[in-house]
Design a binder for this molecule. Sequence first.
Ligand code: ADP
Length: 266
Amino acid sequence: MNAPMTTMTIDTPFYEAAGNEIEVFEQAWKNRLPLLIKGPTGVGKTRFVAHMAARLGLPLYTVACHDDLTAADLVGRHLLGDGQTVWCDGPLTRAVREGGICYLDEVVEARRDTTVVIHPLADDRRVLPIDRTGELLHAPDRFMLVMSYNPGYQNFLKGLKPSTRQRFVSLRFDFPSAAREESILLGEAACDPLLARQLVSIAQRLRSLKDVDLEEVVSTRLLVYAAKLVKVGLDPVEACRSALVESLTDDVEVAEALLEVVKATF
Ligand code: ADP
């Protein structure tokens, strides 16, 4: 295996680490182990993978999984062009051939037949069989399979099968501490430190509301939006109404209750 490339370039996306996840990722890659990242939406899973790909100097193929996504979408298919059928690699195959990272975002959404291609790549065989072309690709050392999912959305049918999850090294992502979330806002929105502190304190209060019925609580992503809107001159309460409150709920009464928390700060 080549020596790890850990030089940060100007294009390395900003990522504020929580703990030892950078080291875990690097070691998983060096040891040719696949990685599963679980956690709620908007807490930096995708950003982390982009950061690590740049840090390690690897091409990144990201697939946003959905309930129609099949194994062929990942592996590839024959396409018709100029009266001929031409084989076209899917993102997983490209990542294997090139030796890069394939990141399957929200993998539990994908159809069950995708496990047929994931399993032999995710254990020590590290192979990708392509039935349609008769090829059996052996993944190079630089290849890494990374998947993420949100356990909060998980329902009975959509959980990851133990036979799949037990092939992966796993990292749990959660909402950041106040200090880390402030740093993320400063790094992402380059906003005023006082505003960062105020937004983080609003987020913490919104996340601790017990008697408000929300499917998901406010994410760091939405706080970044609010900070950007205030930075360009929007009134802070209105920025929070648009970036936080209305993105969290359609219920008018719940929205009013959330906005009270905002108004108590600004
Ligand atoms: P997820 O994949 O967990 O849904 P993302 O990685 O897309 O979330 O993060 C959403 C946004 O939140 C990012 O675009 C970035 O602005 C911000 N963000 C969240 N966590 C971090 C972090 N640790 N470092 C830098 N930015 C972050």
